[in-house]
Design a protein around this ligand. Structure first.
Ligand SMILES: [Zn+2]
Length: 419
């Protein structure tokens, strides 16, 4: 992804947490940044390489402001600031350079900043955090008496310690199949609670995928998924845990069928080319889904779908795999193969109206899913006989071809209009 070519609005989310306070009773407290005026942020599992840093400018923990220098690759930033002690709860747009945060608690000496880059859609691209420690400089009073009067011992308020987050690793359960739901388990240690989820497709955050569950979509095909969980606990820095990436989502189960009975042989796992056509066949017999399955146990052939004479549709090979149906390897790797039962046991090999209707609807659904456009004969829908010397698909390429394509186009139009 070419970030620089894209007009990005980077959003900085700045969480200011105040850790320690200075309860000095004498002198004028002037807080200054100590060593490490320039604190580079530590990347916390950034999904995308974004360079950034944040510097504390000068001394600048003055009475009412904390002055920061922000650098990045964008011209503007949106900075949501949070922090109960500072009362910073609004989002602020600022340019790279100096950002002055108006604070109401100047004596605080240690701030933990969490900055997130978000893209223009508001998706978190990367999160960084660092702690900046300020050392106070106490102006000495020159006219200090040689023997100062005994000072009462003032009990200093104990500074709360912000502990490092406990490591955790979320996991993902569910089927890596388009339309199926995945569920993230944060696997948090005791005492922690989830404050947010973000799902990733490959290395990119998925727009709007910020719930504990995620429905696998066609966009995920051939890519891995992962989920990042942000967890919180009082007294601790926020925890960030990222799951392992799943295996790649398969091209599978894209249309609804009446029965799934997947072959374990006589097809090739995966594909080497994009699907750009549908090839139609007939059984040369009036076979059920089970009978076709049985035939292909011994015959070295297969197709993705079988349409029975009663109109029921069976899936025998997943779309993402290459079925052996066209008698032509290039056609096999670029097509979905649909078998249709004949309602006669001999020539002419006709097809029932129910099978034509179901087959036509299946063609329409596949055409929509794979972006083939309106089903068109010899452009996106081909007879087996186009690729091999065969009489298949019988009357589907002859007397019933127009009826079949009319149903495919009817369903395509219906489904598109209903979408
Ligand atoms: Zn055929």
């Amino acid at each position: 992804m070419n970030l620089s070519a894209k007009r990005l609005t980077l959003v900085w989310s700045l969480v200011v947490m105040l850790i320690a306070s200075l309860g000095v009773a004498t002198g004028q407290p002037v807080a200054t940044a100590d060593t490490g005026d320039k604190a580079s942020f530590t990347s916390v599992a950034p999904p995308t390489t974004v360079s950034m840093s944040i510097d504390v400018l000068g001394t600048s923990l003055t009475e009412n402001s904390l002055e920061l220098s922000v650098t990045g690759s964008s011209r503007s930033y949106l900075v949501p600031m949070f922090g109960a002690d500072y009362g910073l709860t609004t989002q602020v747009l600022c340019d790279p350079g100096t950002l002055t945060i108006t604070a109401s608690a100047p004596q605080k000496l240690e701030v933990t900043l969490m900055v997130s880059f978000l893209d223009e859609e508001g998706l978190v691209l990367a999160t960084y955090e660092d702690t900046l420690r300020m050392s106070p400089t106490i102006a000495q009073t020159p006219e200090q008496p040689a023997t100062p009067a005994p000072q009462p011992v003032v009990e200093q308020p104990k500074a709360p310690v912000l502990l490092p987050a406990t490591a955790f690793t979320p996991t993902i359960s569910g089927s890596l199949i388009v339309t199926q739901k995945l569920t993230a388990s944060a696997n948090l240690p005791s005492g922690w609670k989830v404050s947010g989820y973000q799902w990733f497709r490959g290395s990119a955050a998925i727009a709007g995928a910020t719930a504990s569950t995620y429905i696998v979509t066609a966009k995920d095909v051939n890519l891995t998924l992962s989920v990042r969980v942000i967890a919180t606990r009082d007294g601790y820095k926020d925890g960030v845990g990222t799951s392992a990436a799943t295996s790649k989502v398969a091209w599978n189960y894209l249309v609804s069928v009446d029965k799934t009975k997947l072959l374990s042989k006589h097809y090739t796992v995966g594909r080497t080319s994009k699907i750009d056509k549908i090839v139609i066949h007939h059984n040369a017999g009036n076979l059920s889904i089970d009978q076709v399955y049985n035939v292909w146990q011994t015959r070295e052939a297969s197709a993705h779908y079988q349409v029975q004479s009663d109109g029921k549709v069976g899936r025998l090979v997943a779309d993402g795999n290459t079925a052996w149906h066209a008698g032509n390897w290039q056609a096999n790797v670029t097509s979905i193969g649909i078998e249709h039962a004949n309602n006669t046991g001999k020539a002419p090999w006709t097809i029932s109206d129910s099978a034509i209707d179901s087959g036509g609807r299946l063609v329409a659904e596949l055409s929509i899913y794979y972006g083939l456009g309106r089903p068109t004969w010899m452009k996106t829908v081909y007879p087996h006989s186009y690729f091999s010397s065969t009489s298949c698909p019988g009357e589907l390429s002859k007397s019933q071809q127009a009826q079949y394509m009319a149903r495919a186009q009817y369903w395509y139009d219906q489904l598109i209009a209903g979408a």
